[in-house]
Design a protein around this ligand. Structure first.
Ligand code: CAA
Length: 387
């Protein structure tokens, strides 16, 4: 067993760290406060290849592997979780699905401009009445008699990057009698008639990542924009989430790392009762517990990333590995940021330091791309073999 990174993986980690610390960390508090979308830093991330890290170079990406993607996500999230959310949706929820299930023409047309960062992509599965129960969607796609296009009607909610996305992978029911097997996936162009944006969500954390509802009203989607077969949509949605959950795990590791490193520094610097607080055993216990969980979360995350291409090459799923990594890392991010706020006392509660932001940002990792409850269900179903 060899835990070392390849030269290429080390290069991407170092480049991401330098960019994140120099360009993102200094503006993170501002964008958290205003909730504006950070156009300039996202554009620079695109120039560095970070908006399509696993996309082959022929489609405008950086051509790295899933481990490279996880390393990138940890570094960006350690500077600002909101930036890492924008990067993750572009990479894993949008590009990844089209790369895996799209035709060559679809990759050329819909991946190339997004992977290069020129345009933004998004993913629309959730609806107002169907979050965890994703197959229970109401959005309908009805094929025209001549078969040339589908007419799509419905509402999708919680669409990360929805306010700025040019293209969105949308899931809709094509056969209402067939349950999960009656769902299909489409790439829609937000500049075509019939597409509308709804309310923007006011959020607790990751405030610089834009989230909104979208509505499709008699949207005409050319049949050639359907991904893979009719009825393959739910499998596509779940496969995309298996990849996405590794990215969210890495994001959670990054948030936890930032909170942990700040806590170690504070334990050395802050004095109480005539000594640095790090000399007290109650603080030492907090530091040790944070460190142990952070290390375990990173190992689970990197293993899930490492396993992705091996599993897919063998025709297997990476479901359990991804769910274990996301579940453990997101709960670690909550634990570590909670401890970090406590360890910093009043300063942890103050907006003058980023600790309270880490705490608010960590919470979403237990909710999106499948709640912790859904991850537990997914893991148990895989292990027991029952639904
Ligand atoms: N990979 C491939 N196929 C899969 C799969 C996977 N991971 N999971 C399920 N499937 C297949 C099953 O094999 C089954 O097909 P067969 O009948 O041929 O075997 C079919 O899909 C239906 O599966 P289930 O019966 O297990 O489906 P279910 O309705 O019971 O639900 C679920 C399964 C795991 C709960 C699923 O609904 C789920 O993951 N829910 C959470 C949804 C989620 O994560 N939403 C987040 C949206 S994205 C987001 O957060 C917003 C953002 O912008 C960041």
């Amino acid at each position: 067993m060899d835990f070392s990174l390849t030269e290429e993986q080390e290069m991407i980690r170092d480049a991401a760290r330098e960019f994140a610390q120099k360009e993102i960390a200094p503006v993170a508090a501002h964008f958290d406060e205003t909730g504006e979308f950070p156009v300039e830093t996202v554009r620079k991330a695109g120039e560095l290849g970070f908006m399509g890290i696993e996309v082959p170079e022929e489609y405008g990406g950086a051509g790295l592997d899933a481990v490279g993607y996880a390393l990138l996500m940890e570094e960006i999230a350690a500077a600002d979780a909101a930036h890492s959310t924008i990067i993750s949706v572009n990479n894993s929820l949008y590009c990844n699905g089209i790369l895996e299930f799209g035709s060559d023409e679809q990759k050329q047309k819909f991946v190339t401009p997004i992977a290069s960062g020129d345009l933004i992509g998004a993913y629309a599965l959730t609806e107002p009445q169907s979050g965890s129960d994703a197959a229970n969607m109401r959005t309908r796609a009805v094929r025209s008699e001549d078969g040339s296009h589908y007419v799509i009607n419905g509402k999708k909610s919680w669409i990360t990057s929805g306010p700025v996305a040019r293209y969105i992978v949308v899931f809709a029911v094509t056969d209402p009698e067939a349950g999960a097997k009656g769902i299909s996936a489409f790439v829609i162009d937000t500049e075509e008639p019939g597409f509308e944006r709804g309310k923007t969500e006011p959020k607790l954390g990751i405030r610089a990542s834009a989230t909104c509802e979208i509505e499709l009203n008699d949207y005409r989607c050319p049949a050639e924009n359907r991904l893979n077969e009719e009825g393959a949509g739910f499998r596509i949605a779940m496969t995309i989430l298996d990849a996405g959950r590794v990215g969210i795990a890495a994001q959670a590791v990054g948030i936890a790392r930032a909170a942990y490193e700040a806590s170690v520094r504070y334990s050395r610097e802050r004095e109480a009762f005539g000594a640095p607080i790090g000399s007290f055993q109650m603080i030492q216990a907090k530091i040790a517990d944070m460190k142990m969980r952070l290390e375990a979360a990173r190992l689970l995350t990197l293993r899930a990333a490492w396993n992705k291409s091996r599993a897919h090459a063998a025709g297997l799923r990476n479901t359990t590995e991804a769910a274990c990594a996301k579940l453990f890392a997101s709960e670690t991010a909550m634990f570590v940021t909670h401890q970090a706020v406590q360890l910093h006392g009043g300063m942890g509660y103050s907006r003058e330091l980023p600790l309270e932001r880490y705490f608010r940002d960590a919470k979403i990792t237990e909710i999106y791309e499948g709640t912790s409850e859904i991850q537990r269900m997914v893991i148990a179903r895989q292990e027991i073999g029952l639904r």
